[in-house]
Design a protein around this ligand. Structure first.
Ligand code: F6P
Length: 371
């Protein structure tokens, strides 16, 4: 049998461990040959590939990034020479030229959608869930999340001592545009005093009050962990209203205005973290500083938990291919690797439920969620 592998979307720690897991199990347990496509779906379109033998898979377990490279290209809307084109047919040609029995796509939410598209176009597809955001539906954890949470937690630990020394508010921005897993997990693990996530729109007054209450109780510093996608309750209300008009508005003009409104709102909230710090400074009269962790959270050596997860899901993916299964994502459920139909995953997002135990834990600690 022949198996192809590609990594797509934003990189995350553990991708190489997953490639190694898939490849080693495919070669050793199932006598398959393995080919890797470079730079996500673009490499599949351009047939840029490398054969992956046992030797190529050695020594990559602990390496960050992806040896295959990645991109955010979409098969049905690929930028080719400045024009957006549907390149699905060309990708099927590459798939057939390699006589693939399956193509394993490693990616986040966007990749699951693209993978379903290729499966519906006739390819035998298996996917693995990876993203530091932990927001892929159908799995209880994604590859890369644990490492990113470690990195963000260590940053919060370090920020504590400097915030304490200077009696400052330190606002630390953690990745996650749509889901707050990373800010909530690292915020709890790092002992943040305020945690702001996209799922819980915030009120500036509530945050300022909680910081002033801390000060009154003798704590002259505060750590605010904020997801990059967290927004104020007013902005969230505007967004929801505009989204509704865009979806159900009566005339086209009204829908177009709402679309423009959503774009304007995106621009207005792009620098929400700095504006949050400035407003807190004004309301509390405490000095505030901003630290944006950014892509640091995606780099470097994967944690043992991510290596283990990636290796377990990777080897399971090879086993599923050998058993003739496709059109599935290999998800984690407790200690098991399970097959979830791609239709149930694509287009869904696993955000933080408001009744999640982590949310309850934050509330019982007296951590402000800004609501
Ligand atoms: O998809 C994961 C993610 O790391 C998000 O947390 C972040 O918002 C985004 O990617 C950043 O994307 P890029 O690497 O394209 O700047």
């Amino acid at each position: 049998m022949n198996i192809g592998i590609l990594t797509a979307g934003g990189d995350s720690p553990g991708l190489n461990a997953a490639i190694r897991g898939i490849g080693k199990a495919a070669i050793r347990s199932h006598d398959m040959s393995v080919v890797g496509f470079r730079d996500g779906f673009r490499g599949l379109m351009q047939n840029r590939h490398i054969r992956l033998d046992s030797d190529d898979l050695s020594g990559i377990l602990t390496a960050g990034g992806t040896i295959l490279g990645t991109s955010r290209d979409k098969p049905s809307r690929m930028n080719v020479g400045g024009r957006e084109m549907d390149m699905t047919g060309i990708m099927i040609e590459t798939y057939e030229a390699h006589h693939l029995d399956a193509l394993v796509c490693l990616g986040g939410g966007g990749t699951q959608k693209n993978a379903l598209h290729l499966a519906q176009a006739g390819m035998r597809i298996v996917t693995l869930p990876k993203t530091i955001d932990n927001d892929v539906a159908g799995t209880d954890i994604t590859i890369g999340f644990d490492t990113a949470m470690d990195i963000a937690t260590e940053a919060i630990d370090r920020l504590h001592s400097t915030a304490h020394s200077h009696h400052r508010i330190i606002v630390v921005e953690v990745m996650g545009h749509n889901a707050g897993w990373l800010a909530l997990g690292a915020g709890l693990a790092g002992g943040a005093d305020v945690i702001l996530i996209p799922e819980v729109p915030y009120h500036m007054d509530a945050i300022a009050e909680s910081i002033l209450a801390r000060q009154a109780a003798g704590s002259r510093f505060s750590i605010v962990a904020v997801s990059e996608g967290a927004i104020t309750a007013d902005h969230a209300a505007d967004r929801d209203r505009l989204k509704e008009i865009r979806k159900t508005g009566d005339d086209e003009g009204e829908r177009a205005t709402a679309k423009q409104g959503l774009q304007d709102l995106k621009i207005e909230t792009a620098d929400a973290t700095h504006s949050l710090a400035a407003q807190l400074e004004e309301r509390t009269r405490l000095e505030a500083r901003v630290t944006i962790l950014g892509h640091v959270q995606r780099g470097g050596t994967p944690s043992p938990l991510d290596r283990l997860l990636a290796t377990r899901l990777g080897t399971a993916a090879a086993d599923f291919v050998a058993a003739g299964r496709h059109g599935i994502m290999v998800a984690n459920s407790g200690d098991e690797a399970v097959a979830v139909p791609l239709e149930e995953v694509a287009g869904q997002r696993r955000t933080v439920p408001l009744d999640h135990p982590w949310v309850a834990t934050a509330r019982s600690l007296g951590v402000s969620l800004g609501d």
